[in-house]
Design a protein. Sequence first.
Length: 214
Amino acid sequence: MLQNIIIVGPPGSGKGTMAKKIAKDYSLEHISTGELIRHELAKGNSKILPYKDSLSKGNLLPDEIVLELIKEKFEKKRHFILDGFPRTIDQAKILDSSFQKHNIPMSTVLKLCLDDDLVKKRIAGRRECKNCDSVYNIHFSPPQKENICDDCGSELYSRADDKPESVEHRLEIYKSRCVSAEAYYREKGILIEIDASGSPAEAYSKVKKVLDTL
């Protein structure tokens, strides 16, 4: 049985979309640091609010704050997919230590691969529902009615960190800091790379083929 997958890759590569599908099909808990952070910001979490402007520009939260948000979830669960953490090699090592401390196994690390031009196009076209978890893309998977969610009829919006000026910065951060975590897992022999350049359905077909062999 699959246990405790980590999904990594550049912004816009479809980590959240793939993680939700994987969680549903393989009975895993989806732990998304991005969703947790946005939820805590909406609640007015005093530890995260000072970073609100920085986050909107694509910067990362300090390691200790992110770990505090997610550790309770993964320490209580034994079958999960972790989306959005670790982002750096330091976070990867912290996570490894925590897993070892709590005797938590890990099946694999999936990396979704996407080139920069497609990253920018995907992020620029991304729209999220204000009411439910639905996500669309005006270029690749648009809603039936412009700017309206197919599932609940609520208005769609573009996240602050999806603005063009933020996207360039997020890519810079990914290349300067996040690829080190990927290299760390590659050296450990548990990183599997998947071409995510096709449609969500095509990318997920590749993901599923890999997971079904584990």
